[in-house]
Design a protein around this ligand. Structure first.
Ligand code: ACO
Length: 373
């Protein structure tokens, strides 16, 4: 007979990884041993993706080679091109990405191989394609043309240009690049776990990423950032504290707060709060930032809960001009670096992930003919 399960697998160690590490009591996060506070604002998303997928921060030569690989990967296959318009008409952003990544696998030259070199090439292509998929989807649904990705521009700069249709300022690019770094990996979060379970059957990287996208979509995970913005938009700025108190009294969850692992401030939120403040003030209307600060104070005082990565990311993306319903898609642009690195790690030392369950149903039932039921 199986043991009692830990609901939600809280505190269960489900895999070994050399990719990232969290100290939930101290509020610290590390990517391959580097403190997130050292990486954020000093290391680009491209360097971070290389760190996760290849195991090392790149030197200039390695970064140039990886950058070239990303540039070559920035193209979409025929199946995606042929179907994106209809998908954009019928599917919400995260549904569409789930479908588009699946379609993209058909045109991937390494689709039939889980070998280490093939996985590295697929990881770079998926990382290069994800921002392009979001931009192509957005262009299709808005009936606009997007500029071709500029090989001279970073992932962050190309994405902001394609989504907003205007040249971002250098500071906006820096800030968005830092957002991508902050979201790139986070130990055994739900979407990464889903990706690893899929990969552990020796299924391919695209399948694992599709599982991850479907998992990130939920409002208890990546979907929370969009919900944060919807909450801010729905609250009267003059009545923030009372509205939040009322929601808590009604046992409503306030999106963007709480975390399974962090018991103190999420270190990513520290950076995102500062960015939200800077962008809000620069925009000339920092109402949403100020409302967020008020929400933060009330939720901490009433429930002892801290904001997670999704809370201030919402206003940062809003100030950068990203449409609210694309916020979770933006998360996936960054997390693609981590998901793919986890698939590489899983395939390199694999064992099928197959936990047990506790049976709580009826026993010793007597079978009867259909007419007697
Ligand atoms: N607002 C109000 N109360 C909350 C919140 C919240 N955001 N988060 C947790 N609580 C309360 C719960 O109601 C529960 O209270 P109770 O014991 O009185 O019933 C207690 O805190 C424990 O909450 P659980 O949901 O059991 O904690 P768990 O570790 O399972 O969940 C989670 C963590 C899902 C992040 C949760 O805090 C939550 O739902 N937050 C809102 C959604 C969100 O922001 N998700 C993004 C997380 S970060 C990421 O995935 C990228």
């Amino acid at each position: 007979m199986a043991d009692k399960p830990t609901k939600g697998l809280a505190d269960v160690v489900a895999a070994s990884t050399a990719l990232s590490d969290i100290d939930g009591k101290a509020g610290r996060l590390f990517y391959r041993g580097y403190d997130i506070h050292d990486l954020a604002g000093r290391t680009t998303f491209e360097e971070t993706a290389h760190l996760l997928q290849h195991g090392k921060l790149p030197n200039r030569e390695q970064l140039a080679a990886y950058g070239d690989e990303l540039v070559r990967g920035r193209s979409l296959g025929n199946l995606v091109q042929a179907n994106v318009a209809e998908i954009a008409e019928k599917q919400e952003p995260m549904e569409a990405l789930r479908t588009l990544v699946s379609l993209a696998s058909a045109d991937d030259p390494d689709k039939d191989s889980n070998a280490a070199d093939a996985n590295l090439r697929k990881a770079a292509r998926l990382t290069a394609q994800q921002p392009l998929l979001v931009a192509r989807y957005h262009a299709a649904r808005t009936g606009t043309e997007i500029p071709e990705p500029d090989p001279e521009l970073s992932v962050a700069a190309n994405f902001l240009l394609q989504i907003t249709g205007r040249n971002p300022s250098p500071r906006e690019v820096e800030i968005f690049d830092e957002c991508l770094v902050l979201h790139a990996d986070h130990t055994m979060n739900a979407s990464t776990f889903a990706a690893r379970v899929c990969a552990a059957t020796l299924s391919d990287m695209h399948s694992a990423v599709v599982a991850a996208i479907g998992t990130l979509k939920g409002p208890l995970h990546g979907g929370a950032n969009e919900q944060v913005m919807r909450t801010l938009e729905s609250i009267d700025p003059a009545g923030v504290a009372q509205t939040v108190r009322d929601k808590l009294a009604a046992h409503e969850k306030i999106m963007g707060f709480g975390h399974r692992v962090y018991k103190v401030e999420d270190p990513r939120a520290t950076h995102l709060r500062a960015m939200s403040r800077e962008l809000g003030e620069a925009s000339g209307d920092d109402t949403y930032y100020r409302m967020s600060k008020e929400m933060e104070e009330v939720v901490l005082a009433e429930k002892g809960l801290f904001p997670n990565v999704d809370f201030f990311a919402a206003t940062v993306y809003h100030y950068l001009g990203i449409p609210t319903d694309l916020f979770t898609a933006v998360f996936s642009v960054s997390r693609m670096a981590g998901w793919t690195a986890h698939v590489i790690e899983q395939h390199a030392d694999n064992r099928l992930i197959r936990p047990d369950s506790e049976y709580i149903g009826e026993r010793d039932q007597k079978w009867t003919q259909i007419d007697e039921r």
